[in-house]
Design a protein around this ligand. Structure first.
Ligand code: UDP
Length: 332
């Protein structure tokens, strides 16, 4: 298939592009490089452009005879979405509308969209199933939910076929060793802990150790980025005109913040100092996916569900790329 991957230079996007290229698809990446890295795009064309440029996207889809679009281009920091919601509504909502309009103009009817567990807000039932009410508690989660609704309306009215993939905590790095996580600023737990092991940070702060969980710290479901990539390729095959599928993508198991730190100590051999600090606003105590629907609809099973293994792939990337994609080739 000829696939346009919007946001394909980002973390999950670049891993998915590598997966699609390896499977023989003809891929074009479209990215504004605001958070993505040109160095992460291999084996396909990279077009640098804005999600808001509907005409350019339309032309690209028409001239490239594009069969399907994958859409990863979004800002994804919960805290920032609270302090700067305009950025989130502009890019994540208005930008996605621009993309949908370009698809409609170019008559491209298949879309795989990066959605998120943040659309559920504070779920009542854990493990979380797709039937859980979607009541996001921050602008980031709401911006993704709006796009899910837009896609459903476009499916009903214009025949769009789509998949909304609700990621839990994306983690790890490609088996190839060439791709990994590189955010600036970094806010995610596993890379922050590994940066302590690298000597780039002094200690980890645990955001709250008085939650109602076995060790008092928050539990999350860490899913390997290569498993996410695989799910995207599978979702593309299942999409049908005029309908949508919405599925959770997680490992199906939870790990607490202390368990993550312990896993990082065991993988790196470093005595990573960690201190308990105050809770971070808006953190639900426990978010774990029920992934049975993804298994049923996509035939998908996460292959990396052991947290030490996920951390080991991340460590390989960070140790060999201490400055992320800015690291000189061959360092480490
Ligand atoms: N966390 C932490 N210290 C940090 C960063 C994160 O204790 O320096 C916790 C955070 O409160 C959450 C978990 O680690 O419970 C995962 O956070 P992350 O930001 O990686 O992902 P999120 O769950 O927010 O998408």
């Amino acid at each position: 298939m000829r696939i346009l991957v919007v946001g394909g230079a980002g973390y999950v996007g670049s891993h998915t592009v590598a997966h699609l290229v390896a499977a023989g698809h003809d891929v074009t990446v479209y990215d504004d490089l605001s958070t993505g890295h040109a160095e992460s795009v291999h084996g396909c064309r990279l077009v640098v452009g804005s999600l808001h440029d509907t005409d350019r996207l339309t032309t690209l889809m028409r001239e490239g005879d594009i069969d399907a679009v994958m859409h990863f281009a979004a800002f994804a920091l919960v805290g920032e979405s609270v302090t700067d919601p305009a950025k989130y509504y502009s890019n994540n909502v208005a930008g996605s509308l621009s993309l949908l309009e370009a698809m409609r103009a170019a008559d491209v009817r298949r879309l795989v969209f990066s959605s998120t567990t943040a659309t559920y807000g504070q779920p009542e039932h854990v493990p979380i199933r797709e039937t859980e009410p979607q009541q996001p508690i921050n602008p980031y989660g709401f911006s993704k939910l709006v796009v899910e609704r837009m896609m459903a309306d476009y499916a009903a009215a214009y025949g769009l076929g789509y998949a909304a993939l609700r990621y839990f905590n994306a983690a790890g790095a490609a088996a190839s060793g060439q791709l990994g996580e590189d955010h600036d600023p970094e806010t995610h737990l596993i890379p922050l802990v590994l940066k302590v092991a690298l000597g780039q940070r002094e200690a980890v702060t645990v955001f709250g150790d008085d939650y109602d969980t076995p060790d008092g710290t928050c539990i999350r479901d860490y899913v390997h980025v290569d498993d996410l990539a695989d799910a995207h390729a599978r979702a593309l095959e299942q999409i049908e005109d005029g309908s949508g599928l919405c599925v959770n993508l997680g490992s199906g198991t939870g790990a607490s913040v202390w368990e993550i730190i312990e896993a990082c100590r065991s993988v790196t051999g470093h005595n990573i100092p960690a201190n308990a600090g105050p809770r971070r606003a808006g953190d639900p105590p426990r978010l774990v996916a029920d992934v049975s629907l993804a298994s049923r609809l996509l035939g998908w099973q996460p292959r990396h569900s052991v947290i030490e293994h996920i951390v080991a792939t991340a460590w390989r990337w960070h140790a060999s790329h201490p400055l992320g994609y800015r690291s000189a080739p061959g360092t480490g």
